[in-house]
Design a protein around this ligand. Structure first.
Ligand code: AHR
Length: 495
């Protein structure tokens, strides 16, 4: 196969936004307990936070972290997670059929954020709760002092306000599985009233309304339109969530999943702009793609909920192989390609639960295959995102029709230009010619590839570097050409 890209700094889409590289910590399975928090672990400090996981989070290049859910937030009482740990109540978490000990709450999360050098993104419960509890949490977190809840935070050891800027108004309220799920109009009114009240306390907050849980939802499109009719003036962003998995051995179809993500973004942007037009508004609503990943959901669903309300059982612990990492890379390319309207995104999730970082309770931590495309994109995407003029062979997929074998984007800054490229072909390499004449006198500085003869090879605690980026030996300079192995994620730096 043969493909060609032309890179021109004039083909500007918009700035690379650090918030594209967000992640997500939910009270789910072992994400919090034995993931980020494990008192007594040899790598844990006095605060119980695992330093090995903190180090990997920093290496991953995570910018924001959404918390505390997910489905969990729709039944959560945030007050349970503050104050002396020994006095915190144990409660059932109806979303995941487990027992929540509340040993970790908002103050521990904020301490973790500071150590991880990430920005928090807080979700409020609009499932079982409403305006008052959202305002209380906001006062506890952000008010400096001199009120009941801000003084309580100070008494609990957090002298300075947490100063959380981004707030999600609930989670997946379109989903029948969600506690407090309700029709779009009802949710939209609740979200608008909650958002307005929160803005009375702090007009500068950035608010996210719940969009659909995926393009497959029966209300997809109509949900966004109705919710935005109610919330347009109040919110800044609307959420999007998407998970993909290989089904029925259709690897080619799976590797094309970002085609759905592209369509998803285009559709939500069109819907939001249509609502804006009808409201005669000049304001634009952007997308917070605050859950995205590969998730073998069919396996999780087949396993059913855990028996006996356990504490932090292993749940949704997908072990990712090379092809999963290539799909993740393709989704990162999609988010970057839409940087003009995707203002934030969160890989779901960060540790153990459908995550790039895995841990053993009491033991090791390691990088899954999916860690690598995320870490590289976060590290090397800088400056402006450039749309490419690309010529690529196509292939036929059952789910998305004709899809190009090459999926790529570039970013450009004074430090250099980076091309991120996926070869979706399963049968052979893709010879990629790079026309970078518009960049002036540049050459390939480095070409790194994530590839393997075994598309289903994964990393384990015993073999943590089985799949890792390696130098691509197949590079030609002048004119620039790189051979992309089949099923591969590639980072090509020019300078
Ligand atoms: O990330 C796992 C779950 O997926 C989240 O709790 C929920 O929001 C989504 O359905």
């Amino acid at each position: 196969h043969q493909a060609q890209v032309t890179i021109d700094p004039a083909f500007r889409v918009g700035p690379v936004r650090r918030r594209t590289f967000g992640a997500f910590i939910e009270h789910l399975g072992r994400c919090v307990y034995t993931g980020v928090h494990e008192p007594g672990h040899p790598a844990a400090g006095e605060d119980g936070l695992r330093q090995d996981v903190l180090a990997l989070t920093r290496e991953l290049g995570v910018s924001t972290v959404r918390y505390p859910g997910g489905n969990f937030v729709s039944g959560y009482r945030w007050e349970d997670g503050i104050g002396p740990v020994a006095e915190r109540p144990r409660r059932r978490d109806l979303a995941w059929h487990t027992t929540e000990t509340n040993e970790f709450g908002v103050d521990e999360f904020m301490r973790w954020c500071r150590r991880a050098e990430v920005e928090p993104m807080m979700a409020v419960n609009l499932g079982t709760r409403g305006i008052e509890e959202a305002l209380d949490l906001l006062e506890y977190c952000n008010h400096p002092s001199g009120t009941a809840l801000s003084d309580l935070r100070i008494a609990n050891g957090a002298k300075d306000p947490h100063d959380i800027r981004m707030w999600c108004l609930g989670n997946e309220m379109d989903g029948p599985w969600q506690l407090g799920h309700r029709p779009a109009r009802e949710y939209g009114r609740l979200a608008a009233a909650t958002g307005r009240a929160m803005r009375m306390a702090d007009p500068g907050l950035e608010l996210v309304a719940c969009g659909s849980s995926g393009t497959g939802m029966p209300t997809f499109g109509a949900w966004e339109a109705t919710v935005l009719e109610e919330t347009y003036d109040v919110v800044d962003l609307i959420s999007a969530h998407a998970y993909y998995e290989e089904k029925d051995g259709d690897l080619g179809g799976f590797l094309a999943c970002a085609a759905d993500m592209e369509h998803y973004i285009d559709t939500v942007v069109a819907t939001a702009d249509h609502v804006g037009a009808r409201l005669r508004s000049r304001k634009k609503i952007d997308i917070s793609f605050d859950e995205w990943n590969v998730w073998y959901m069919s396996r999780s669903m087949a396993a059913g909920p855990p028996e006996g309300w356990p504490v932090a059982p292993p749940l949704l612990e997908d072990h990712y192989h090379l092809a999963d990492a290539v799909a993740v890379g393709s989704m990162l390319i999609t988010l970057l390609r839409h940087t003009d309207r995707v203002a934030a995104a969160s890989l779901a999730q960060l540790v153990n639960v459908i995550a790039p970082i895995m841990t053993e309770p009491g033991g090791r931590a390691w990088r899954q295959t999916t860690f690598h495309p995320f870490a590289q994109a976060s590290r090397y995407a800088a400056g402006e995102v450039l749309r490419l003029a690309a010529v690529s062979p196509v292939y036929e997929t059952a789910a998305y029709g004709e899809v190009p074998l090459l999926h790529a984007v570039a970013t450009h800054s004074a430090e250099g230009t980076t091309l991120f490229a996926v070869n979706r072909a399963t049968d052979r390499p893709l010879v990629l010619d790079i026309d970078a004449r518009a960049l002036g006198d540049v050459r390939i500085v480095e070409a790194v590839t994530l590839a393997d003869d075994d598309f289903y090879a994964a990393n384990t605690a015993d073999d943590p570097d089985r799949i890792a980026p390696r130098a691509n030996p197949d590079v030609r300079h002048d004119p620039a050409r790189v051979v992309l192995p089949p099923v591969s994620w590639n980072v090509i730096r020019l300078g």
